[in-house]
Design a protein around this ligand. Structure first.
Ligand code: ADP
Length: 501
């Protein structure tokens, strides 16, 4: 038995495949490092033993027959032909290899060399690859977004289950067809094409967003917001695009519905405001009209006496004229409110405004046999207000204050006090105070609701309108208990700031 030369052995050691050399009786002459690793035998243990130890029991029998036939007839079914065989590891486990066997030239008796290539590794790698492929497919199909990949021409290369479900088509129908031509409705194709072209031309790696519909097989359009990225090969050449799309049809429907609901609500509340306004007009006009009627009756009475007091009649007629103007002004203001016109604001002295109204408000005092006191803080900064609107508020509050006191039994003096003061913040507080019953805690918010009234002939609009006027002046009409009893309605107006013109 002659062993391979050292040169040959060195060559064998460098070979990645397992190499086994054997003699004509099947005894191992050489066993390289890869063979050691493949079979778990050390070369020293393998050399001299029969090569059949590396074979499965079935191959072992056939192997002896192959060698015998070759030696007697020179015919070989094995030599020079590669084939897949199962072999046996030292630990008894079997595995597949690709085996090619050749006769070593100029050996007599003949020697044979076997190259064994471990195909199980390749198979394992293929299996791993397949598993990864399945896993990727699973990820794609589990995704809640539509995923579509196309080549540079827009031909679909990949589509996930979500997209298939939305489009209600078979994968095969979508694959290899042009994405835009087959899945996007004609009216959205220009948008889709522009987005596609932009992405291919931009060369950017940033995902780009766009929105367009897709049309399903049954003709239903779904609105989708897309994120798209360019796909590139190893040389960074753009090969196509990957689209991820979220079907926002329902969301969009819900938004449209919500918007409509808000619009409906707004128009209902506008109507309600108009209704309030109509009722408010009659409420507000009642006061000047009642005053006009009173003064007119007074004039008639004064004229019936033999020598009428002309200056007094003149004064009453002035009042009538003043009240009629005020009524006209109220109508004008309300019309401008309805038309959403800007209210006419001007900087003015609030104490002056209150003093101006004193005569008018005092008629209310007289009706109730009461007194109207003014407690005005001097040297207040001016406020920017709509004069007529603030007058309306004060008239409402003063009127309520007298009414509240006149219902209480007993001989308490009926008096109302209008006060102004400077707050710590430098703003101006205006309050109307009375000594009536005040408000039970549960009524403190209710009284500002339109139509809330505790009076037999009340409209329940005075405070609601007053509050919205004060709100339009960026302030709030509030209530607090008066000390030691009664009600105090107040509002705070910001001091007028001179702006440089
Ligand atoms: P109306 O005077 O027509 O009832 P308002 O909106 O002016 O409508 O007032 C609503 C309710 O608030 C009144 O019915 C009354 O119960 C209560 N209220 C208003 N001002 C006072 C006050 N100064 N003292 C006690 N209660 C008041």
């Amino acid at each position: 038995m002659s062993s391979p030369t050292p040169d040959v052995l060195a060559l064998l050691e460098a070979t990645l495949d397992a190499v086994v050399i054997m003699d004509d009786r099947g005894r191992v002459l050489a066993f390289n490092a890869s063979a050691e690793e493949m079979f778990g035998y050390r070369a020293a243990d393998a050399i001299g033993r029969n090569v059949s130890m590396l074979m499965t029991s079935q191959d072992r029998q056939e192997h002896d027959g192959h060698v015998k036939r070759y030696l007697t007839t020179g015919e070989s079914r094995v030599l020079g032909k590669g084939r897949d065989v199962r072999v046996r590891h030292r630990d008894g486990s079997e595995f597949s290899v690709f085996l090619s066997v050749g006769r070593i030239p100029r050996t007599d008796p003949p020697q044979f060399v076997g190259y064994l290539h471990d195909t199980s590794l390749r198979r394992k790698a293929l299996a791993t690859l397949e598993k990864e492929r399945q896993l990727n497919r699973l990820y794609l199909d589990l995704a809640q977004v539509m995923l579509v990949a196309t080549d540079r021409n827009g031909m679909v290369q990949l589509v996930n289950q979500r997209a298939v479900r939305v489009l209600k088509k078979k994968d095969q129908e979508i694959l290899s067809s042009n994405w835009i031509d087959t899945c996007v409705p004609p009216e959205d194709r220009p948008t889709a094409r522009a987005a596609f072209r932009n992405l291919l031309m931009s060369g950017s790696d940033e995902p780009q967003s766009c929105e367009y519909h897709v049309r399903s097989a049954d003709g239903e359009d779904r609105f989708v917001t897309w994120r798209a990225v360019a796909l590139r090969d190893a040389d960074n050449v753009t090969t196509g695009i990957m689209l991820s799309g979220e079907d926002i049809t329902e969301q969009q429907r819900a938004e449209t519905e919500a918007r409509r609901a808000v619009e409906r609500m707004n128009s209902v509340s506008r109507l309600a405001t108009m209704g309030e306004m109509a009722a408010g007009i009659s409420h507000e006009l009642n006061q000047p009209l009642a005053a006009i009627a009173n003064y007119a009756q007074a004039c008639a009475r004064l004229l019936r006496v033999p020598s009428p007091d002309l200056p007094e009649i003149g004064g009453a007629l002035d009042q009538i004229a003043g009240q009629a103007l005020r009524a006209g002004e109220i109508i004008r203001r309300i019309r401008s409110l309805v038309r959403n016109e800007d209210v006419r604001r001007e900087p003015l002295d609030i104490n002056g405004l209150i003093r101006e109204m004193h005569a008018l408000l005092a008629t209310d005092a007289r009706v109730h046999d009461g007194r109207l006191d003014l407690d005005l803080h001097e040297d207040l900064p001016p406020v920017t207000v709509d004069k007529v609107q603030i007058q309306q508020v004060l008239m409402n509050l003063v009127h309520n204050a007298f009414e509240a006191q006149s219902v209480q039994p007993g001989s308490e003096p009926i008096d109302v006090r209008i006060a102004t003061r400077l707050t710590d913040e430098g703003d101006i507080e205006v309050s109307v105070n009375d000594h009536g019953p005040g408000l039970a805690a549960d009524l403190e918010q209710k009284i500002f609701e339109p139509f809330f009234t505790t009076k037999a002939t009340g409209t329940g609009l005075g405070l609601a309108i007053s509050r919205s006027i004060i709100k339009a002046h960026a302030s709030r009409l509030g209530y607090r208990a008066n000390e030691p009893r009664g009600a105090c309605f107040y509002f705070v107006l910001p001091a007028h700031v001179e702006t440089a013109s």
